[in-house]
Design a protein around this ligand. Structure first.
Ligand code: MG
Length: 445
């Protein structure tokens, strides 16, 4: 069970029990001043049960509960603000395996709770002892995906008549997740010929849910077979997006935010915000357009906070999360797809050619189990990489001229992440190996 500023995440029924959900959602109802709370979920089989536990907690706090049904996380955040709710809950374990589930808590602005809000909420969880019974009806308003789509289509950056004429052939793989409806629907509105893959919300996840290149090989084969212009792979709650082409490219989901930022930076003046673990390619793209890149700790809330503070025009994370403030301040795969199609249209060449022209970097991501807890040894790495520029804001990041390695504890899983990027794959692997051998841990995968 992981309880953090990102919310709750655990194995449904084992760690994430009815009792625990009841306790947290009752306190969340109080946190929202017993007002209106919207609740949506992804397609996990435990989703409906977890939702009922949430309703129980919220209703017992006297809240007006609005059932959004199956909906991607970005649409839930968007709807919280649109429907003027006092709070929202997204029931999802994002890219974790199917037996997991979790709750992400959203404030009245439609943003994930920041650290300060979360601390207040946690105090309220601890203080809650009485659970009165309050009977109020739950409202179901249907799926508000259309409003979200409308907002995306209203973006000034999109040339919808020309996109419709271009009629991109797109394969979309939603992992049978919550993006099953909004994804294909949006693509159709953008004039695409849509080939649906894994868009059945009643079927289990057909692949490991994290949208990285190795989990999207079937999508890639389909893109080749159909001779499609591009393939899009989503995670189960529809906030992360990977771009798939007919050729082998080493970056996968890392390209998403780079492609989206390339479009926006070409149209507007302003800075980009991304986390410390995101590809250096974003710096290259920004430098070319005369824009600056602001780096934050990993985690959507940190990126969003810096976007607000610096009035950035776009932001996101290298895990495939594009944040466009013009739509809403959250990672959104649907917004990402629209921006990337517009970018391909404007470039007037294939995605393969576009990617081929970017500077080449190889990124390697490793997960290490922290059962043996060698975290304390981390600090000693500073001696090893003496010549590097060191950033200690979020774990440790060592930056060299054309490469970097970042080591940090995951906020959502009991693991440590080591991410390295360099001009060659060998060099990136070598950085990972150096860290691993120093920490004397075996790789988890
Ligand atoms: Mg997700």
């Amino acid at each position: 069970m992981i309880i953090s500023v990102s919310g709750l995440r655990g194995i449904a029924g084992e760690d994430l029990t009815d009792e625990l959900i009841f306790k947290y959602t009752h306190a969340f109802g109080n946190f929202c001043n017993n007002g209106k709370v919207v609740v949506g979920r992804d397609t996990r089989p435990s989703g409906e049960m977890v939702k009922r536990s949430c309703f129980k907690g919220l209703l017992s706090a006297g809240c007006e509960v609005v059932d959004l049904g199956i909906l991607p996380t970005p649409s839930i955040l968007f709807s919280t603000k649109e429907l003027r709710a006092d709070g929202g809950i997204s029931i999802t374990a994002s890219h974790n395996p199917i037996e997991w589930n979790g709750l992400k808590f959203v404030n009245s602005k439609g943003l994930f709770l920041n650290k300060k809000e979360y601390e207040k909420f946690e105090r309220m969880v601890k203080e809650t002892k009485v659970f009165p019974v309050c009977l109020k009806a739950t409202k179901s308003i249907g799926k508000p995906v259309d409003r979200h789509i409308k907002k995306i289509l209203s973006l000034e950056y999109l040339d919808i008549p020309t996109l419709k004429k271009r009629r991109f052939k797109v394969v979309i793989d939603t992992c049978n997740g919550a993006g099953y409806e909004i994804g294909p629907k949006l693509l159709q509105k953008l004039g695409c010929e849509v080939i649906r893959m894994n868009c059945n919300p009643f079927e289990p996840f057909p692949r490991p849910p994290e949208p990285n290149l190795e989990n999207l090989m079937a999508l890639k084969r389909r893109v080749i077979k159909e001779n499609a212009d591009v393939g899009f792979g989503l995670d189960p709650d529809g906030d992360r997006l990977a771009v798939c082409s007919k050729k082998d490219f080493p970056l996968g989901e890392e390209y998403t935010v780079v492609l989206a930022a390339s479009l926006i930076l070409g149209k507007k003046k302003g800075c980009v915000v991304t986390n410390l673990s995101t590809t250096k390619l974003i710096d290259d793209v920004a430098t070319e357009k005369g824009a600056s890149v602001i780096r934050t700790r990993v985690g959507e809330a940190n990126v969003v906070e810096a976007i607000l503070k610096n009035k950035a025009i776009i932001g996101g994370e290298g895990n495939g999360g594009v944040i466009l403030p013009d739509v809403h301040l959250t990672r959104d795969a649907s917004t990402g797809m629209a921006l990337i199609l517009q970018y391909i249209l404007e470039r007037g060449e294939s995605i393969e050619n576009i990617l081929d022209k970017f500077p080449k970097y190889y990124i390697v991501k490793k997960k290490i189990s922290i059962k043996t807890d060698r975290v304390l040894r981390l600090g000693r790495l500073k001696e090893k990489f003496g010549g590097a520029e060191i950033n200690e804001e979020d774990g440790l990041k060592f930056s060299f001229k054309d490469s970097w390695v970042h080591i940090r504890k995951s906020g959502t899983e009991p693991i440590m992440r080591i991410i390295a990027e360099a001009k060659t794959e060998k060099e990136a692997q070598s950085l990972i190996k150096q860290v691993q051998s120093y920490l004397n841990l075996a790789p988890r995968d």
